[in-house]
Design a protein around this ligand. Structure first.
Ligand code: ADP
Ligand code: ZN
Ligand code: ZN
Length: 750
């Protein structure tokens, strides 16, 4: 007979509201009817607070014990409708994220389960070619003749693939809804709507086998799979220039792992997730692959996760967040362009995808493969310490040679009477390319750069009233803040001393464009920066216009050095290499080296050899010297010496404690309190070093004051301990108008 008085069971529930104080589990009694069904990780409805309003929460644990008066414990109401049981593994991962990077459990949960609510039946739209091949081809050639570029672009792809996901057509292929409508109205194509999310490319017709791998590619695959089959899991680093065949290796590895019944996650920075890349994976893995990107809605993301959990797909490609795809039996995580700053989350928990991937791999028994042309100092350091196994790919398979690099010393130029922003060498090459009809990319390192307005009499700098940054001048006589969007009319008298000699230091992308047009009126110029890419899709629009030869020169910030390949570009000019050196954080040299190397690598991808001009005020700086020589190894040797000397990551670890406050005085006080608290903690002699507190390098954003102090320590766990103690302190303070965030091994100055 069944026991009528089973012991009560309680569930620890974390309530899904973004409030620091709710960051602890509440206990609820599990009703008899749910005892069998309820699992850790499920989302449930519970009555909360005095009014017993229904709230959604997550089950963090189940137990038969309670510290509270059982009579006062409320009953759990129900399992949230339409919910898919989030895996236990994800909750554990959230706990790891929280412990390793700080922040609240709620924030960590939201990170690993970003799209938790179920949605109505999903619709997925597909663009399908209706006409037969010959007719469609004829129409395609007409489009080319009549210069209907968007129509031609779409038809070209459809001729090859028959059908394409609608979102891919509008986002990555950059064909507007109106163009699709036009073709649809003529009956050339149709838009189909399906109920469930499926990759609609018809793979039977298009599936592409991999290339015959070169010996060095084969070697990598052999080694990694041999380890894999021996049950040995670890992290591998593939150091190889762009075009050296890394992606082909990733795809082969994925194939091998999938053949063993496992799944794979491929991280690619969003900016490099171009149409070409996405289609390349579709062609290889058919409808067993899915792509995650920021244009997907929460519902679509959720659906992707469900498909992954249910074994409907084997491979997911996406940016950082794709890491949390809940595959049942993960075998491989690939991180391409491993050095990219976007792999670090900017909101709490400020996790790094590389380390998080290693944790996920450890728990699920997967291998990790990192790839880069300019590995992060962290990854290279670990490879040197034999913690990672490293492979090199040294030949560019796409043809083309490494470009020739010239360094132009801007101090010399000035001495020789050249006041233009283009050095003599730069001018010579620009003229040459314009004449030959070859393309040019001009790159401005915008980071740390201020197009600021200052008074030449008193030195007053025009600043944003809400943020501690200088305003920059835009065409049309406006002064704009790049942090909060504040705008004001330009001034013609100094607000401080009344002098009329107040003007801008003009060298932004806009100014380069103006100067270029002045000097070379015949040149067709495109510009890509934060201003010209505000509109959705404008990024792809500009790049494809340039790829189609609609301009001679593309001017831009970091954005132009990633992604697309432009075979007709034979010259790259770097207007001022120094801009990122002055930022004053320990990664400035690394970032400059990477940017210069990448920018230089854009020249000479095609038939014609490329040339690069790096303009700089510091031609002797090691990151400029080694980038010009395209010598990663020498750069690394110098950089790591500096990191070791000053105990910066990866030689040691560093935690930034970031304080945000509505009032300056309160922020100052809090940062001192927490700084002193940290200094007072017990430690072995010389174990920790505390720098600051001080106002952050940007002291105010959007009227919120910012302070920071840094704790350096060789031992990561010790830093975690300090963070935990600080969090306890902060909890006690019941802060209302201030908040604190932690950033481990930060990517940039705060
Ligand atoms: P990376 O990822 O290092 O930039 P890719 O894998 O994209 O390099 O390879 C660059 C180009 O070379 C691609 O067009 C790819 O199809 C081609 N490729 C790669 N491996 C081979 C190979 N073994 N044989 C022929 N072509 C290859
Ligand atoms: Zn003045
Ligand atoms: Zn501002």
């Amino acid at each position: 007979m069944q026991d009528m008085h089973e012991k009560d069971l309680y569930a620890d529930i974390i309530i899904d509201i973004a409030h620091e104080k709710v960051d602890r589990p509440f206990q609820y009694r599990i009703p008899q009817s749910l005892r069998e069904k309820l699992e850790v990780g499920m989302s449930v409805n519970v009555p909360f607070g005095k009014g017993n309003t229904m709230r959604k929460g997550y089950v963090m644990g189940i137990s038969d014990k309670t510290d509270y008066d059982p009579a006062k414990i409320k009953n759990l109401h129900s399992i949230a409708k339409g919910d898919v049981s989030a895996e236990n593994r994800m909750i554990k991962l959230a706990a790891w994220l929280r412990r390793t990077y700080g922040g609240t459990m709620i924030q960590a949960l939201k990170t690993v389960m970003p799209a938790k609510q179920s949605v109505k039946t999903l619709e997925k739209k597909t663009v399908v070619l209706r006409w037969d091949r010959q007719e469609a081809e004829e129409y395609y050639f007409q489009c080319i003749k009549k210069n209907r570029k968007a129509q031609a672009r779409l038809l070209k792809e459809l001729l090859e693939l028959q059908s394409l996901p609608y979102h891919l057509v509008t986002s990555k292929l950059n064909v507007s809804g109106t163009v699709i409508k036009t073709l649809e109205n003529q009956g050339i194509i149709k838009v189909e709507t399906q109920e469930y999310y499926r990759n609609p490319i018809k793979m039977s017709e298009t599936k592409q086998e991999g290339k015959n791998l070169s010996e060095s590619q084969k070697h990598i695959v052999r080694e990694i799979m041999a380890d894999y089959d021996k049950g040995q899991r670890q992290t591998y680093l593939i150091h190889g220039i762009t075009g050296s065949g890394k992606t082909e290796v990733y795809m082969k590895l994925i194939e091998e792992v999938v053949a063993r019944g496992k799944q794979a996650i491929v991280l690619i920075p969003e900016i490099a997730l171009t149409y070409q890349t996405v289609v390349r994976f579709y062609k290889r893995f058919g409808d067993r692959v899915s792509v995650m990107n920021s244009t997907l809605s929460d519902g679509e993301k959720f659906d992707q996760c469900r498909r992954a959990a249910e074994g409907d797909i084997d491979v997911i490609i996406g940016p950082r967040s794709a890491l949390f795809t809940p595959f049942p039996d993960l075998g491989l995580i690939v991180i391409d362009e491993e050095h990219e700053g976007t792999y670090k989350s900017e909101s709490s928990p400020k996790y790094h995808a590389r380390e998080t991937a290693e944790e996920i791999a450890r728990v699920s028994g997967a291998s990790v493969v990192l790839g880069s042309a300019t590995p992060s100092i962290e990854a290279y350091y670990r490879a040197k310490q034999q913690k990672y196994k490293m492979f090199r790919l040294t030949e560019r398979l796409t043809g083309g040679h490494l470009p020739k690099v010239y360094v132009a010393d801007l101090r010399e130029e000035l001495k020789n009477g050249n006041r233009s922003i283009f050095s003599m060498k730069m001018q010579e090459l620009i003229e040459d390319r314009l004449q030959k009809g070859q393309q040019i990319m001009l790159f401005l390192n915008r980071r740390g750069y201020a197009g600021f307005i200052s008074c030449r009499e008193c030195g007053h700098v025009m600043k944003c009233p809400h943020c501690d940054v200088s305003l920059s001048e835009h065409r049309g006589g406006k002064l704009v803040c790049h942090y909060c969007g504040y705008e004001q009319p330009a001034v013609n008298r100094c607000p401080k001393c009344g002098s009329k000699y107040i003007s801008g230091f003009r060298a932004g992308t806009q100014q380069i464009e103006e100067k270029l047009k002045e000097k070379y009126p015949q040149a067709r110029v495109l510009r890509m920066d934060a201003d010209t890419t505000k509109k959705k899709d404008s990024y792809e629009e500009i790049l494809s216009a340039f790829a189609n030869g609609e301009a001679d020169v593309l001017i831009g910030t970091q954005m132009i050095v990633k992604g697309h390949d432009f075979p007709n570009v034979t010259m790259v000019g770097i207007i001022a290499a120094d801009m990122s050196l002055s930022v004053g954080d320990y990664r400035a040299g690394e970032r400059t080296f990477q940017l210069l190397t990448q920018a230089a690598g854009r020249a000479g991808r095609g038939q014609n050899p490329g040339e690069v001009v790096i303009q700089t005020y510091q031609p002797e700086h090691y990151s400029v010297v080694h980038a010009a020589a395209q010598d990663y190894e020498s750069f690394y040797e110098e950089e790591i010496l500096y990191r070791e000397l000053l105990q910066y990551p990866p030689a040691a670890h560093m935690m930034a404690v970031q304080i945000f406050a509505k009032e300056e005085a309160a922020g100052y006080e809090l940062s001192n309190k927490l700084g002193n608290f940290s200094k007072g903690l017990p430690q072995k002699p010389g174990e920790m070093m505390i720098i600051g507190p001080a106002a952050a390098s940007i002291g105010k954003i959007n009227d919120v004051f910012r302070f920071v102090f840094y704790v350096k320590c060789g031992n990561y766990d010790k830093l975690v301990e300090v963070k935990d103690l600080l969090e306890e302190e902060i909890q006690k303070m019941q802060l209302k108008r201030e908040s604190v965030q932690f950033d481990f091994d930060p990517m940039s100055a705060f």
